[in-house]
Design a protein. Structure first.
Length: 271
């Protein structure tokens, strides 16, 4: 059983909803990213989605695009992102780590090198936004052989037939994109999310987590009530954007920056 599978299984048995924050490696710098990761765990994160900086994040809205620009300005690469995971694992062997990003940096590193290093440093899963299941065979097989989960997205527009093909390849958890559009958009149609989750439940026993549009305690509670967990990205990255160079590593500032995760944890634990 992978670390992610152990986390999701334990959460299901205890009735705990999964809370998975997203941040970008190297935003605003790698040392601050490391400190933020540990603070997110202290605030109640079960796993962390760690964004790989890439110059053309086509699925992301302006908040995450600006976060990526900050990370690239600090010269953060895929190799640096893997090193960051290794540093995190020096103190934390429990929290799940999922790398989320685009295919280009992985292809440049090479599948074999990427998978080998990811497994070595303690990555648990990989989500490649722009690699559909039909084209993911080689990378999927290498990740599977190395014991890493391959996570996929399902959108509101995904047909039942395509959703079945996705869940057949997916492991760890299934990421449901709650709305049409890019990250950071507002989530208003809760009923359509509920209907789609019900459809997906018929196709898979995988934990289903909802991302996009979750910004506060109210939206966290509403979405967690319909799924096995939630992902908070843009709202956290927006807080990270407010870090000043002088304050970025102070304990009080890190706590304040990550407070949205603690608020969400409190909200979903009431369900």
């Amino acid at each position: 059983m992978s670390r992610l599978q152990d986390i999701t299984s334990s959460a299901a048995q205890s009735g705990r909803k999964l809370l998975i924050p997203y941040l970008i490696a190297g935003d605003p710098d790698l040392d601050t990213s490391l400190a933020l990761m540990h603070e997110l765990v202290a605030q109640g994160a079960d796993a962390i989605e760690l964004g790989i900086p890439f110059s053309d994040p086509a699925s992301d809205g302006p908040v995450i695009q600006l976060g990526v620009e900050r990370a690239l300005a600090s010269h953060t690469s895929l190799s640096d992102t893997l090193d960051l995971v290794s540093r995190f694992r020096e103190q934390d062997q429990v929290t799940g780590i999922v790398l989320m990003g685009y295919l280009n940096p992985i292809e440049i590193m090479g599948y074999q090198n990427f998978v080998s290093r990811a497994a070595e440093v303690g990555v648990d899963g990989v989500l490649v936004v722009d690699m559909p299941p039909a084209e993911s065979g080689e990378l999927h097989e290498q990740l599977h052989t190395a014991g890493l989960d391959t996570i996929y997205l399902v959108a509101p527009t995904t047909s039942a037939q395509r959703a079945q093909a996705i869940v057949n390849r997916c492991s760890g958890y299934l990421y449901y994109v709650s709305l049409k559009g890019v990250t950071g958009a507002a989530l208003t149609d809760h009923q359509s999310v509920s209907d789609k989750i019900a459809e997906l439940r018929k196709l898979t026993d995988l934990p289903i987590v909802i991302g996009f549009g979750i910004k506060d305690a109210a939206s966290a509670g509403a979405m967690a009530a319909q799924a096995d967990g939630i992902i908070i990205g843009s709202a956290l990255v927006q807080q990270i954007a407010g870090l000043s160079e002088n304050e970025s590593r102070s304990a009080a500032t890190l706590t304040r920056t990550c407070a949205i995760i603690g608020v969400a944890r409190e909200a979903i634990d009431k369900l």
